[in-house]
Design a protein around this ligand. Structure first.
Ligand SMILES: *[C@@H]1O[C@H](CO)[C@@H](O)[C@H](O)[C@H]1NC(C)=O
Ligand SMILES: *[C@@H]1O[C@H](CO)[C@@H](O)[C@H](O)[C@H]1NC(C)=O
Ligand SMILES: *[C@@H]1O[C@H](CO)[C@@H](O)[C@H](O)[C@H]1NC(C)=O
Ligand SMILES: *[C@@H]1O[C@H](CO)[C@@H](O)[C@H](O)[C@H]1NC(C)=O
Ligand SMILES: *[C@@H]1O[C@H](CO)[C@@H](O)[C@H](O)[C@H]1NC(C)=O
Ligand SMILES: *[C@@H]1O[C@H](CO)[C@@H](O)[C@H](O)[C@H]1NC(C)=O
Ligand SMILES: *[C@@H]1O[C@H](CO)[C@@H](O)[C@H](O)[C@H]1NC(C)=O
Ligand SMILES: *[C@@H]1O[C@H](CO)[C@@H](O)[C@H](O)[C@H]1NC(C)=O
Ligand SMILES: *[C@@H]1O[C@H](CO)[C@@H](O)[C@H](O)[C@H]1NC(C)=O
Length: 523
């Protein structure tokens, strides 16, 4: 779900919060427009490449379209060849909290940074690629919270050993959440994905009312899913790559994600046994040794000496890392296997060296939790969106203990560590209402037929959005309305892997060539 989240958030450069444009004139989403009412200006950091930006005003609360407005920043890479332009392709890079234009120079997924992917892709020949920063994120009226309270909460163990530590964890997140309500005001109550989907529709209409072509990654698949529920008749084509299933309650999300992470780590162990570029290639029974190292690091956290080195990429960060901290970052490192991915993820071989440095070199700096320093960190909307999009139980200490026990049964190497594990704790006392809870989409799609079925894409071994999420959503859409394309491999998202799946996605978006149901590709 959160693509490279911590890498993204560690490197996020604070640019100060924007003044919010509160305009009186509304942008009612009614009537047809034939030409774009959005005016673009050049905003490329590199004059040799075309990147355009615009500001766009939308209602803070879609139930009050003439109420207060907020600003959205939108980025756009114009089609390379106007004579074969098909239309706009709207995209979201994931997160929640991922930005498309206010990118940070490294490890982010926006149009500016992974722009190399877009520009070298066939899609660039046919589409104007449009990426709004979603509401609450980066250039779009970003949420603000107290960075120090956030750091304290993030550096409190998510796997407490007694009731006192559990209460400390829950209270630290309560205080962090309350700081968001205080600093962000009403904005905190309106970052749910239903509102984001309406924002995308408003942009589509303002751009000239062409039918929607959409490519969403990770959390971006939920944006697409909710758009499809609201505006099924406006879709030309939609790809959901690395599928987040917003039809399941939190506990199922947590368990399923945990299983996906465990299966992907098992693939890494198999790769290590086979491939001499793994630092643990000669280690007999590496999986058991891995477990022992994690347990030992939970008992005696490993020093993180680089965290006090101001030149270190992730400075400032915690002075030690526990086994659970290592598991947190390992999940993110497993999102792409190849080193040349351009996403700021080192690839499997370098990942094994980082583990070796931690386990055998007594230096876990890379895995230590970073301090949150930005007043508009992407971690704030990451949390705030999920807190408004799922129901959250306030668990008693005995209930939480039970959950830790079953996490170890389901995922013995990864022990339940994962995004929904941390989000359930963050959201327990979140001071904004759950306005967009998980729900079945089957009734909505039962009696309608999309012009082109949605293309769902997932790797069998995905450490974040587990494969069963995509299987379940395909069933809920029904066979008329969605086709599942599976990639027989590891990683989170498939378009970036540049194999056959990448080209199948392009063919679908460009020529509306829909793969056969249940197609499996090997790369
Ligand atoms: C808007 O466009 C649709 C489809 O092109 C058309 O059926 C409808 O009459 C138009 N509405 C207006 C107000 O022009
Ligand atoms: C959008 O608004 C912000 C804040 O007023 C401004 O700094 C930025 O230049 C604007 N961007 C565009 C593309 O107009
Ligand atoms: C643009 O597309 C047209 C139509 O497909 C083609 O004839 C032309 O060669 C393309 N131009 C470039 C620069 O790719
Ligand atoms: C070992 O893994 C690397 C990195 O994934 C890959 O490039 C290489 O082809 C693999 N070698 C073998 C023999 O499988
Ligand atoms: C594994 O052992 C072989 C043979 O002793 C050696 O050449 C190789 O460098 C070792 N690989 C690692 C990763 O230690
Ligand atoms: C501090 O970090 C920089 C950048 O990673 C590195 O080059 C340097 O060697 C580090 N200094 C120490 C004392 O480890
Ligand atoms: C990072 O956070 C820790 C824990 O709150 C704190 O003790 C430390 O001073 C912070 N480091 C910096 C450089 O802000
Ligand atoms: C879909 O159609 C069936 C059969 O006509 C009907 O029973 C059902 O209520 C409809 N569902 C919705 C959500 O309209
Ligand atoms: C997936 O790949 C593995 C390893 O290459 C192969 O053994 C297996 O048959 C493949 N499975 C499918 C369903 O394609």
């Amino acid at each position: 779900m959160a693509r490279s989240l911590n890498i993204l958030q560690f490197l996020f450069l604070a640019t100060g919060s924007l003044t919010h444009s509160v305009t009186v004139a509304p942008n009612p989403v009614t009537g047809n427009t034939t030409t774009s009412t959005i005016s673009w200006t050049d905003c490329s950091p590199d004059p040799s490449i075309a990147l355009k930006c615009a500001n766009f005003s939308i209602p803070l609360d879609w139930s009050k379209p003439w109420g207060p407005q907020i600003n959205l920043g939108i980025g756009m890479i114009p089609a390379a060849n106007a004579s074969q332009r098909i239309g706009y392709l709207m995209t979201n890079p994931g997160g929640p909290g991922g930005a498309d234009i206010q990118a940070n120079g490294k490890g982010d997924l926006g149009l500016t940074v992974t722009g190399q992917y877009w520009r070298s892709s066939q899609l660039h020949q046919y589409f104007d690629i449009v990426g709004p920063d979603p509401r609450g994120v980066a250039s779009s009226s970003p949420l603000e919270c107290d960075p120090d309270l956030w750091t304290t909460a993030s550096q409190t163990s998510l796997f407490p050993e007694d009731e006192e530590s559990y209460n400390e964890l829950v209270n630290a997140w309560k205080a962090a959440g309350e700081s968001c309500a205080e600093k962000s005001g009403e904005r905190l109550n309106h970052v749910d994905t239903l509102s984001v989907a309406r924002d995308f529709e408003a942009i589509r209409i303002a751009l000239g009312d062409e039918p929607m072509t959409f490519l969403g990654f990770s959390y971006g698949t939920q944006v697409g899913l909710q758009y499809a529920e609201l505006f099924p008749n406006d879709i030309r084509a939609m790809v959901l790559d690395a599928v987040l299933d917003h039809t399941q309650e939190e506990v199922y999300m947590l368990e399923t994600e945990s299983g996906g992470y465990e299966d992907t780590l098992d693939q890494f162990f198999l790769w290590c046994a086979r491939n001499s570029s793994c630092a643990f290639h000669n280690t007999t029974d590496f999986p058991t040794k891995f477990d022992n190292y994690i347990t030992a690091a939970n008992q005696n956290p490993i020093p993180a000496p680089q965290c006090s080195n101001a030149s270190f990429d992730f400075y400032p960060c915690a002075s030690t890392a526990s086994g659970y901290d290592i598991l947190t970052f390992l999940q993110e490192l497993l999102i792409v296997n190849r080193p040349d991915n351009g996403l700021g993820v080192p690839g499997l071989a370098d990942m094994s060296l980082l583990l070796q440095l931690a386990f055998e070199g007594n230096d876990a700096s890379f895995f230590a939790t970073a301090n949150t320093t930005s007043p508009i960190s992407s971690d704030y909307p990451y949390t705030a969106v999920i807190c408004q999009d799922w129901h959250h139980q306030s668990l008693s200490w005995p209930e939480f203990q039970t959950e830790m026990i079953f996490a170890n049964i389901i995922s013995p190497h990864t022990r339940g560590q994962g995004e929904f594990w941390r989000l359930q704790v963050r959201c327990m006392n979140w001071p904004a209402p759950v306005v967009n809870p998980a729900h079945s989409i089957a009734p909505t799609f039962q009696n309608l037929t999309l012009k082109t079925p949605v293309l769902l894409v997932n790797a069998f071994y995905d450490p974040e959005t587990a494969y069963p999420f995509s299987v379940n959503l395909q069933r809920q859409f029904g066979e008329r309305n969605a086709v599942l394309l599976s990639r027989n491999g590891s990683g989170h998202t498939s378009w970036y892997s540049m194999g056959d799946t990448h080209f199948a996605i392009n063919n679908y978006l460009i020529d509306l060539k829909v793969p056969q149901p249940a197609t499996i590709l090997q790369s």
